[in-house]
Design a protein around this ligand. Structure first.
Ligand code: PAF
Length: 278
């Protein structure tokens, strides 16, 4: 695995690889890699001749300095996990990515006004800033994103559409722990008891799909109550929305595809997950 720290070298290597007619798959990450990231990398491996993984804890997508500082940084572990899958690992410093404070302003309309967009002002602008720069520097054929961050996936698709970027965005299914908890780098901050209890999130969401014929408001209240009944849990939002536009759904029959989206705090750690209703 070739390790690259400078943008200049990254651009040179990417240019050479593409000039040789090789296909390139990019998996952008913030590190603290787990089986979810590995599944993205494996898919990239299957579909491309050259796989690039980036690890950069992007300061401008965090709303709280404390959250940024607490974000796990475990490079040795990450490298051992991906050494056999990725060809190139890009691990830039903050100065390398942002020699001067970034000023990009992206607009995603309704998509950025709800759920994660509403709860974390500026978050998606920060995500778009780093993703757009990586896509411009590497010009991959495909880039891989997990469906756990479903709203992020839609935002990135919108970015690609708005800027007419020549890249295919490949969504990858959520990878779960044995108890159903969606894999996340933040899970490492949970106690073993909380990790255990957090399996309930997916169980409750899955059960709620059986209530698809109930009124939407009733399904929402059921999910919120079930989870808030656990003392360590505090639901921040649970929304049922059109999977394409994220517009709230009042009648399950109307949109073609409907999903439920949750954010909750478990022992003070903020987790998100989602479920497909139809
Ligand atoms: O999903 C993530 O890990 C991050 O938001 C991303 C896409 C790597 C941008 O920093």
């Amino acid at each position: 695995m070739l390790i690259i720290k400078s943008v200049e070298e990254l651009m040179n290597v990417a240019f050479r690889v593409k000039s040789n007619g090789k296909s390139v798959g990019l998996v952008p990450t913030m590190g603290a890699l787990h089986a979810g990231h590995v599944s993205l990398l494996q898919k990239a491996r299957q579909e491309n001749e050259v796989v690039v993984c980036s690890i950069f804890v992007n300061p401008v997508q965090f709303n709280h300095t404390e959250d940024f500082e607490k974000y796990p940084r475990v490079l040795e572990h990450d490298m051992s996990l991906i050494a056999d899958i990725a060809d190139i690992l890009f691990i830039p410093s903050e100065k390398e990515i942002y020699p001067t404070p970034p000023t990009e302003q992206y607009h995603f309309g309704f998509l950025e006004t709800v759920m994660e967009g509403a709860a974390r002002p500026g978050h998606f602008n920060g995500v778009a800033t780093i993703v757009k720069r990586l896509l411009d520097w590497i010009t991959p054929d495909k880039a891989y994103f997990g469906e756990k961050d479903y709203q992020q996936l839609l935002i990135i698709r919108q970015l690609v559409k708005d800027y007419k970027l020549n890249v295919q965005i490949v969504p990858c299914p959520i990878v779960r722990e044995a108890n159903g908890l969606a894999m996340s780098s933040r899970n490492t901050r949970l106690s073993p008891e909380a990790l255990n209890k957090a399996g309930l999130i997916h169980r409750v969401l899955s059960l709620s799909t059986q209530a698809i014929h109930y009124p939407v408001e009733q399904i929402k209240q059921l999910v919120i109550k079930e989870l808030n009944d656990v003392p360590e849990f505090e639901v921040e939002y649970f929304e049922i929305a059109d999977a394409t536009t994220l517009q709230p759904v009042t009648d399950m029959n109307t949109p073609e595809s409907v999903m439920g989206f949750i954010a909750l705090h478990v022992e003070g750690v903020r987790l998100i997950d989602n479920i497909k209703y139809k």
